[in-house]
Design a protein. Structure first.
Length: 258
């Protein structure tokens, strides 16, 4: 990915979840004077990686083992459990059983569901593209605590990737990969699934396994979604139909070689 400048234009609302108290209390506005308090840099720059393609997989139970009972289902009728904001630069609005993220060119926004802290889980959410093109990105944030989290990103030109952000320092865990399950702009729709167990996290798109990463820095945290405009056009993404299930799985012990 190319380096870029972030305008963090949204409000993170405080709640009872165990998140850091350094989050901003109101949306930052453009100013010649630096803000008096620190803000989370959701999209710190990183070097542009070499692009590869995701192999084609068939959906099998072995790729998402141990999925158990439903933890919660969210039909997006209660806006009090999500970070919401409305400004001239960015908005996160719950309405009509959808969470809609909209940003102006060069702006990014994220919204977290702070009611539950998740550790081992399988989550599915549907994303619909309203406005999006080229390198514009959207996706989900998991195990978020303060300014540390994992981010699974899809681009509007067909790539998928995952980053770890720790104290606003970004590390690419997997270089952007081409996937036929990522919609190429509007009016695309994709079901995003995340299987997380211990240090392993697996991405599914439309029920098909995409890739797995292993990273043990963050064991638990909040679930959220994001959208980012990287060009000179706005981005609008809506999210709906969130379901989160418990995962109980013990990897099989390998038999020692003689």
């Amino acid at each position: 990915m190319r380096p870029f400048i972030i305008f963090f234009g949204f409000l993170l609302l405080a709640s009872c979840a165990p998140l850091d108290s350094t989050l901003p209390t109101e949306p930052p506005r453009p100013s010649d004077t630096p803000p008096p308090t620190s803000t989370i840099v959701w999209f710190p720059p990183s070097a542009t990686p070499t692009l590869n393609a995701i192999p084609t997989y068939t959906a099998t139970p072995e790729m998402s083992p141990g999925i158990g009972s439903l933890i919660f289902k969210d039909d997006f009728t209660d806006d009090s459990i999500w970070d919401t904001v409305s400004s001239s630069q960015a908005s996160a609005i719950v309405k009509g059983k959808r969470l809609t993220l909209a940003v102006e060119p060069g702006v990014s926004i994220a919204s977290l569901r702070r009611e539950a802290t998740l550790s081992n889980f399988y989550a599915e959410i549907t994303a619909r593209i309203g406005l999006c093109r080229a390198d514009d990105t959207y996706g989900i944030v998991i195990r978020s605590t303060g300014n540390s989290f994992y981010r699974f990103a899809l681009t509007c030109n067909g790539f998928a990737s995952v980053d770890r952000v720790k104290d606003s320092v970004r590390l690419s865990l997997l270089e952007p990969l081409v996937s036929g399950d990522v919609p190429l702009g509007p009016p695309g729709e994709v079901q995003i699934g995340i299987w997380a167990m211990g240090s392993e996290m697996r991405l599914f798109l439309n029920g098909r396994f995409q890739f797995s990463v292993v990273e043990k820095t963050f064991p638990s945290g909040a679930f959220g979604v994001f959208a980012q405009s990287k060009g000179d056009t706005p981005v609008t993404i809506t999210f709906s139909d969130l379901s989160v299930y418990d995962v109980e799985y013990v990897p099989p012990t390998r038999t020692p070689s003689p």
